[in-house]
Design a protein around this ligand. Structure first.
Ligand code: FAD
Length: 309
């Protein structure tokens, strides 16, 4: 069964990892008894691996995915961005994935990396990438696309963003993986709106575990403009590390204590958020594992995700 068939049949559960920059990081993720081996013990339906826009980490991305494919314990899904790339380059890379048995992709536009000096490439939007992949490879790939419940940061309106999501479906996409969203009222509104717009693709919800103050603020505000509900803001404020959570040498007397209590409150918050998502009628939960095991394993177990399989 491919991932979109699983999502249509029952709720799925999956992880996201990223390609480490160093050999030590690769060993920790892909080595024997490493994080991937540990994640398999939770029986995820699939594991996706991110891709550096502009092709900056193609080698490591493929190495991680090849391990997942060869181990045969979960379906490997590659993220893939078209920005900055030529049609020939895209075709070649997609063929390499297929040659290695990797036939699931999250088709993204991507953002040009800082300092990028090349052109924008041949394809400008994920809609075009989906169309191109279908033209060149037919049904060989199961194709996921990004959905932004709060609207993509650059969209002219939520309605326009939903129209482009419909276009991704019309061009041949199979399912949606959502952008981070903590605003549940907005999520419910978006879910109703996409269904009203004729988008029937299953919705696999991306969840970033709340484990670290700086990472949480960074994830919300550095790119996506995510709304933080009052409850999450309170968790951050109550555990604020002075002068601020980004400072490498904080003068706060209780850094370790605050980090620990933030993490505990964050894990509980994440679990409650998963409960709320599951009650909305979504099709899957996609947990950002952040290349770690213990905390995401606890979240998956306590949220009841292991019983979905
Ligand atoms: P698109 O769907 O192309 O949308 C981009 C903008 O253009 C939107 O504002 C949209 O409304 C508008 N638009 C879309 N289609 C058209 C059209 N045909 N004409 C005019 N306007 C249009 N980035 C990475 O670099 N690597 C990753 O591994 C990665 N993984 C991600 C995983 C998930 C689940 C998500 C949600 C995002 C991920 N991203 C990743 C980030 C993503 O690349 C950025 O959010 C990027 O800015 C937009 O990608 P997209 O596919 O949503 O773009």
């Amino acid at each position: 069964m491919n991932v979109s068939e699983i999502l249509e049949r029952r709720n799925a559960f999956s992880f996201e990892v990223f390609p480490p920059k160093t050999d030590v990081g690769m060993e920790k993720l892909c080595g024997e008894g490493g994080v991937l081996d540990q994640l398999y013990t939770l029986n995820p339906d699939y594991i996706s691996c991110t891709y550096g826009a502009g092709g900056t980490n193609v080698g490591k991305n493929l190495e991680v995915l090849k391990k997942i494919q060869n181990d045969g314990k979960a379906i490997p899904v590659t993220h893939f961005t078209c920005i900055g790339n030529t049609k020939e380059g895209i075709k070649e890379q997609l063929q390499t994935y297929l040659d290695n048995g990797i036939n699931h992709m999250l088709a993204l536009r991507g953002d040009l990396p800082f300092g990028w000096t090349g052109t924008g490439g041949d394809l400008h939007y994920a809609t075009e990438l989906v169309k191109f992949a279908r033209q060149e490879f037919g049904d060989k790939f199961t194709i996921a696309v990004a959905g932004s419940p709060e609207g993509h940061i650059a969209c002219r309106s939520l309605e326009a963003d939903i129209a482009f999501l419909k276009q991704k479906q019309d061009n041949g996409a199979d399912y949606i993986m959502t952008q981070l969203c903590w605003d549940m009222d907005q999520f419910r509104y978006w879910l109703d709106a996409i269904r009203a717009a004729g988008i029937w693709m299953p919705v696999d919800v991306g969840i970033m575990p709340i484990l670290d103050q700086a990472a949480t603020i960074n994830m919300a505000l550095s790119r996506n403009g995510c709304v933080m509900p009052r409850e999450l803001c309170e968790i951050i404020s109550k555990n604020w590390i002075f002068p601020n959570p980004f400072d490498k040498e904080p003068f706060d007397a209780d850094v370790a204590g605050k980090k620990a209590s933030f993490k505990e409150a964050g894990i509980e918050y994440t679990i409650r958020q998963i409960d709320e998502y599951r009650a909305c009628g979504i099709n899957g939960i996609h947990l950002y594992a952040l290349n770690k095991f213990d905390d995401v394993a606890r979240i998956a177990k306590e949220a009841g995700l292991l019983d979905l399989i």
